[in-house]
Design a protein around this ligand. Structure first.
Ligand SMILES: [Zn+2]
Length: 170
């Protein structure tokens, strides 16, 4: 079981996930912007850590995942929505606590920023899952049937998330 909590020390070489890949952290002195992913590294402003500590560092990563997530989720929802045969009212990426994603009654799809740590195939599964909730607001056989129509290999992706989900964290 993968129940190990992620423990962070905000130092050079620490690794962070983005789209299923691991990137090392570099604390940098001269950078416009708090956090950038460039040349295969997460470059985090050293002064941000010096002044705001771990709280500020976490905020910078959350902002990064939210910004990247907004675009990816919008694109993937636009791609899959016609295949599922639904039209969501909008998308958002934010902190959803213990949930990966949700579909509101007015068909707004929300995704946790942590989703952006998962491989793109898993993000696609989460997108399809939420879109299918617009047909079936439950997890009955009818719901999984809808998922299966669009993503016949969804079981493997679901299993990946069950196994590795706890490791997708800051
Ligand atoms: Zn669900």
């Amino acid at each position: 079981m993968n129940a190990t909590a992620v423990i962070r020390e905000w130092v050079n070489g620490e690794t962070f996930l983005y789209l299923g890949r691991s990137y090392r952290l570099s604390l940098v002195s001269d950078q416009d912007g708090d956090l950038k992913l460039k040349e295969g590294r997460f470059c985090l402003s050293r002064s941000l850590i010096d002044q705001g500590g771990e709280t500020a560092a976490r905020k910078a990563f959350e902002a990064f995942y939210c910004a990247k997530g907004e675009k990816r989720v919008r694109d993937r929802v636009a791609y899959f929505a016609p295949k599922v045969g639904v039209t969501p009212s909008g998308t958002a990426v934010k902190d959803l606590g213990y949930r990966w994603a949700s579909c509101s009654k007015d068909n707004l799809l929300r995704f946790h920023w942590k989703c952006m740590m998962a491989p793109s195939t898993i993000i696609d599964y989460m997108v399809v899952h939420e879109l299918c909730h617009m047909h079936q607001r439950n997890h009955t056989e009818a719901f999984w049937n809808e998922v299966d129509k669009v993503m016949p290999d969804y079981r493997e992706r679901k299993e990946w998330l069950r196994r590795h989900g706890a490791g997708l964290d800051l």
